[in-house]
Design a protein around this ligand. Structure first.
Ligand code: NOJ
Length: 572
């Protein structure tokens, strides 16, 4: 693997709408982000990924873009972005934006023109298609947000004319088979990269290749609605590499930019093409833990993940990526519940457990992405009614659960656990009104636990989760350990020990052991190595490097409940 400029960095995802509101309208904005750059710098962040803040009707919170070249006035102006880029540069920080080009908004002028003249140039930018002879949809694909992926073309409701939207009906899919459309996308990417962006996080990109002609690809239904999940069709959609390779050659490669793909379901044999030295992307997210236990039937049927499952998922991905490329590791993002509420068993979500989870994930090989609020251990929020939900996907899953026979209460409990809103509640800055996020009324409720969990309080507390994250980041950047933490191989240790997650990071001349007792009870383990120097211990505050060794006798190490240690070991 060739070394790249971004390998040793630490990345942070901002969901602009919920990060910091500078003008009191209840919506986070770019000036708000600028005012928090010093906070992020102090945390140790190098790369910032902004979820979309382009012009958008916000049907899917900005993942429905109506103008790729402009910022939605609710988030600021294009000049604010220029200032953000400048201010980031002054601090040696890099900005990534979200590249959403599987679809645009139905309010984008391309789609408006396509509706005016479906047979004209812009009609070809989309999948516009006659329905079946009986007037029904061209096939039985379901959209990711529920219901058919086909809708009647606006303005042509009396005709048998449909357009495809794999996501919301306000997100028509762009037709990547059409060269002129691709050229528009590359022009736009290069415009942003020339402006000074360091790269992109690439949304839903695995969907750009469809199985065609669409009428040949109906499948047996996988639910009572007679439809089939879009992932089934993607299996038959071969040849995506042609588009991804072209995009890479024309945009990211000449700029030496960083491109991280939101990619699901890539087979191991194809990984080199995706993230190898000259792959389509610089990196892709490891979603192995987030997809664990998911069910075709819906969230209500998903299996909960245990600490042992979590460990297995992480190790599986580490092995998969070994020698191929560099994954981007996450605990959560704006599409997932809060990681601490998901990966720590119910009732055990203490600051110490949060630190264990942080360390276990952060010290794996790969580029760590911290999602806003993760660094202070923000948790899921408990909802009392489905009326409080904003997220379209949660609303759909609630219905799916109810259709499957769950009561209102049971369905609410299920969606509460997985809801994307959990990650989208406002960032908790202080214990003041609205968690210091806004002086107005926030667009989405604040988690009531902000009085306990907030940045201001944690900055003051040397033992806080926030200071633990700072310590993890300084370890990654410490010249003495950096090579090992960034490039060392991951080797599982005591893999079959229940509720224990442990691994070596093996560098050229150094081995670091990361070990965590993933349960509230103490546990004694026989270590296959000898500890030389403890670098981090979540039972001892957060300063680096302890002279005192943990309870270690005759090769046996006793760990307290949720105790986590990172240590240099003697020859292992
Ligand atoms: C993935 C994004 O992360 C999610 O928020 C969005 O709803 C879909 N792609 C569609 O763009």
């Amino acid at each position: 693997m060739k070394k790249k400029w971004w390998h040793d960095k630490v990345a942070y995802q901002i969901y602009p709408k919920s990060f910091y509101d500078s003008n009191g309208d209840g919506i986070g904005d770019i000036p708000g982000i600028i005012s928090k750059l010093d906070y992020l710098k102090d945390l140790g962040v190098d790369i910032i990924w902004l979820s979309p803040c382009f012009c958008s009707p916000l049907a899917d919170q900005g993942y429905d873009i109506s103008d790729y070249y402009n910022i939605d006035p609710r988030f600021g102006t294009i000049e604010d972005i220029d200032v953000l880029l400048e201010e980031a540069k002054k601090r040696d920080m890099y900005i990534l934006m979200d590249l959403v080009v599987n679809h645009c908004s139905d309010e984008h002028e391309w789609f408006e023109k396509a509706c005016e003249d479906p047979m004209g140039e812009y009609g070809k930018f989309f999948y516009i298609q006659n329905g079946k002879e009986d007037g029904s949809e061209p096939n039985n694909w379901r959209s990711y947000f529920g219901g058919s992926a086909w809708d009647k073309l606006p303005g042509h409701e009396e005709e048998n004319l449909y357009y495809l939207h794999l996501f919301h009906k306000k997100q028509p899919d762009l037709n990547w088979e059409h060269k002129e459309m691709r050229e528009e996308v590359y022009k736009m990417i290069n415009w942003w990269l020339d402006k000074g962006l360091a790269g992109f996080r690439i949304d839903a990109i695995i969907n750009i290749k469809k199985a065609l002609p669409v009428e040949n690809y109906s499948y047996p239904a996988d639910r009572d609605d007679g439809l089939v999940r879009p992932q089934r069709m993607l299996k038959d959609a071969v040849g995506i590499g042609e588009f991804l390779g072209e995009m890479h050659e024309r945009t990211f490669k000449p700029h030496d930019s960083f491109a991280v793909g939101e990619v699901f379901d890539v087979e191991k044999k194809d990984l080199p093409e995706f993230i190898g030295d000259d792959g389509y992307f610089s990196s892709m997210f490891d979603f192995n833990e987030t997809i664990f236990g998911s069910s075709d039937k819906g969230w209500y049927d998903a299996k909960k993940i245990t600490p042992d499952d979590y460990k297995r998922c992480c190790f599986e991905s580490q092995a998969e990526m070994d020698g191929v490329g560099y994954f981007s590791n996450i605990i959560e993002n704006h599409d997932e519940p809060r990681g601490v509420s998901r990966y720590i068993p119910e009732g055990e979500c203490t600051p110490r457990a949060k630190k264990l989870l942080g360390a276990m994930n952060f010290l794996l090989k790969g580029l760590p992405f911290i999602y806003q609020g993760q660094e202070i251990g923000m948790e899921n929020v408990v909802l009392e009614s489905i009326d409080q939900v904003d997220d379209i996907s949660t609303l759909d899953e609630y219905q799916v659960a109810k259709n499957a026979g769950l009561s209102d209460e049971e369905a609410l409990k299920v969606v509460n656990f997985f809801s994307r809103d959990n990650a989208r509640t406002p960032m908790q800055w202080t214990d003041k009104a609205q968690a210091g996020f806004t002086t107005g009324t926030p667009w989405l409720y604040v988690n009531p636990n902000y009085t306990e969990i907030n940045v201001a309080a944690q900055e003051e507390d040397p033992e806080s989760v926030l200071n633990w994250y700072k310590a993890l980041i300084s370890l990654r950047k410490n010249p003495e350990y950096k090579e090992t933490v960034v490039y060392g191989d991951t080797v599982p240790v005591l893999e079959d020990t229940h509720n224990l997650m442990a691994y070596y990071r093996k560098g050229e001349n150094q081995t670091i052991l990361v070990i965590g007792n993933y349960q509230p009870q103490a546990q004694t383990v026989e270590l296959p190595c000898e500890i030389e120097k403890v670098l981090l211990d979540n039972t001892k505050g957060v300063q680096n490097e302890y002279s005192e060794l943990p309870a270690f006798k005759d090769g046996k190490l006793t760990l307290e409940g949720y105790q986590t240690i990172a240590a240099v070991v003697k020859e292992a």
